[in-house]
Design a protein around this ligand. Sequence first.
Ligand code: C5J
Length: 222
Amino acid sequence: MKPTAFKAEPFALPFDPATTALVMIDMQRDFVEPGGFGEALGNDVNFVRSAIGPCQKVLAAARTAGIMVIHTREGHRADLTDCPPAKLTRGGKTFIGEPGPMGRILVRGEKGHDIIPELYPIAGEPVIDKPGKGAFYQTDLQLVLQNGNIKTLIVCGVTTEVCVTTTVREANDRGFECIVPQDCVGSYFPEFQKYALEMIKAQGAIFGWVSDARSIVDALAA
Ligand code: C5J
C-alpha cells in the first residue's frame, strides 16, 4: 500500500499504512452495556453505543489493510491494589470491585471488563490492560508502538473526553500523530463530545486531527 492522506480537520493528515496503528480504547461491556461501570455512575449507555457501528467499519478496514490493531481495557486487579483510593470512592460512592450483573465492576477477568463481541480482538492484536485513563500510563503501549515502528494512531473508543482524549494527549507528547474519527468515539454527554473534539483540532491540530469513519475507511482502502 502507498502512503496517502486522511481527510481531516483542521487539514489532511498524510500517513503511511506501514507506520499507522488503530487503537481501540476501552470498548468494554463496563462502558457500553447496561449494568456496567458507566451505568453505575448514573450514565445512559445509549449515548456511547452509537460509536459501535462506525468502529466496526474502521476495525474491518484496518484488518483488511493489514495495519496494526491494538485494543485497550480499563480495569483493575481483583484485589484492587492497583486502584488509587481516590478512584475507588469518587463521588463518595464505591463502584469499582462491587458485584454487578456482569461480575465485579471494572475488575480484570470479569464479564463486564471484557471487550464487546462486536469489536472483539482477533489473534495477533495486542490488548493493553490499563489501570488509568491514559493508555500509556503504567502500560507497555509505548514499547509496542515503538517496536512496530508506529508513528500515526487512529484513535477510537470511549469515552471521548476521558480515556480517548487522555490517550491522545499522552500520545501527542510522545511524538505520535493522532487522528480521531468523530463518529467512532462516544461520550455520555453530548456537549463534552462536541467540545472534546474541538479541543483536539484547535490551534492548528494542537493535539491531533478529527475525521470520520468514512474518510478513514476510504483512505485505508485507497
Ligand atoms: C471512564 C473511559 N470514562 N474509558 N473511562 O471512566 O473513558
